[in-house]
Design a protein around this ligand. Structure first.
Ligand code: ZN
Length: 199
């Protein structure tokens, strides 16, 4: 998921951001997949165990997310990897702290309430729309150390997690807006679909 057009301070390029995490400074960002790419409509597969491949994917996805400047969440599907894995970093506009949450096989166990807020997606650049989702969710997921955790999320974290879990099921946020509103976005979506991408 992406924030508005506002770039985070001190995180405008990949180099600036990842220098703070020395281990990541030599990792190259992955190619983002955009609306129209069939991979975004596929269902990702559960991850049985954490191997070096998963750790490498986590590092590459972090670098990819930070390189965007306005990304706060990324699902593996968005870099063309069909594994149930997502990362979220809501950051901290004041202090620019890195605080990534990396979850394998995330599952929504419960949901309550309702909230409407604007969303954007790194795979659907420049399109933003209000999306109605449950306000609070209970989540179960596996961490990078292979252990499962359960926690509750509300507010922005809840929204980003729901947006990213949707990606793992091949669902995009524009699927969750009304037909009329989607109709209004049609030409923007067509532009993205037609754009020449470097893959
Ligand atoms: Zn997205």
């Amino acid at each position: 998921m992406s924030k508005g057009k506002r770039k985070r301070k001190n995180r405008q390029t990949a180099d600036q951001g990842v220098d703070e995490i020395p281990h990541l400074s030599k990792t190259t960002p992955l190619q983002l997949r955009y609306y129209g790419d069939p991979v975004l409509r596929k269902r990702a597969e559960p991850v049985e165990e954490i191997t070096e491949a998963e750790i490498k994917l986590a590092e590459e996805m972090l670098v990819t997310l930070y390189a965007t400047g306005n990304g706060i969440g990324l699902a593996a599907t968005q870099v063309g990897v069909l594994k149930r894995f997502l990362i979220v970093d809501l950051g901290d506009d004041e202090n620019e702290k890195f605080d990534p949450l990396m979850l394998f096989n995330p599952e929504i166990l419960s949901s309550e309430g309702e909230s409407v807020a604007q969303e954007g997606c790194l795979s659907i650049p420049d399109v933003r729309a209000d999306v109605k989702r449950p306000e609070k969710i209970g989540v179960k997921a596996m961490l990078l150390n292979g252990k499962y955790i359960e926690f509750e999320a509300s507010g922005l974290l809840s929204r980003v997690l729901q947006h990213e879990i949707d990606h793992l099921n091949g669902t995009l946020f524009i699927d969750r807006i009304s037909g009329i509103k989607r109709q209004l976005l049609r030409s923007e979506l067509e532009q993205i679909q037609k754009a020449d991408r470097p893959y």
